[in-house]
Design a protein around this ligand. Sequence first.
Ligand SMILES: NC(=O)c1ccc[n+]([C@@H]2O[C@H](COP(=O)([O-])OP(=O)(O)OC[C@H]3O[C@@H](n4cnc5c(N)ncnc54)[C@H](OP(=O)(O)O)[C@@H]3O)[C@@H](O)[C@H]2O)c1
Length: 218
Amino acid sequence: MRVVVAGGHGKIALLLERLLAGRGDQAVGLVRNPAHVADVRKTGAEAVVCDLEAASAGDVAVLLAGADAVVFAAGAGPGSGAPRKDSVDRGASVLMAEAAGRAGVRRFVQISSMGAGQPPRPGTDEVWAAYITAKSAAEDDLRARDLDWTIVRPGGLTDAPATGGIRLAAPPVPRGTVPRADVAAVIAALLDQPGTGHKTLELTSGDSPVAAAVHGIS
Ligand SMILES: NC(=O)c1ccc[n+]([C@@H]2O[C@H](COP(=O)([O-])OP(=O)(O)OC[C@H]3O[C@@H](n4cnc5c(N)ncnc54)[C@H](OP(=O)(O)O)[C@@H]3O)[C@@H](O)[C@H]2O)c1
């Protein structure tokens, strides 16, 4: 399987690329910073320089030719303000989904966030509100498209080692945290599992082995 990962130098993305390469899939990480190419290659993936806030859908569709799936793992990240929540967390996801449609790549897994799907609470910090608004808009855009999409909303991300134990279900899942390594394993499993399209899923640490949890929701 050839899988293009948007935001290919992100923490989850690098873990996912290593998992995909390790099981014999071709992973391709899209990075905006040429200095990140070497790190992506070290995982066993290919790296392509593409700034998702500058590229057109036509540009990205060319990069998706021959791919079997797209994973949206980009994000403006901590320290960014409201405008980049919109241009990356919403805009880059919309761009990737549009490009996937044009390139005929039907499978699309989007990393969203717990909290998306509802308006931010009144009085919420402005940047958090912009983030949740952007993630919700990216989800809505994807659900409206004729793609085999799966939306994964992790809880708070940690850099702890993988536990292999998760809770993955349709919303609402109680708030919690989850290691990025377990998120990467869930995405790799979702890519492998037909029947997980058209689902919005929330993800925290829990008691179910990844394979069983993914099998259980398909
Ligand atoms: N933090 C949490 O607790 C939490 C919880 C739930 C969901 N999430 C979401 O989970 C996802 C992945 O998280 P993570 O921690 O793995 O993310 P991360 O390490 O912050 O990685 C995000 C990646 O997106 C890239 N990116 C930003 N702008 C880009 C652009 N214009 N073109 C191409 N790439 C661009 C960044 O590249 P640069 O290094 O060049 O900036 C970075 O490599 C994000 O969408 C995040 O919002 C986070």
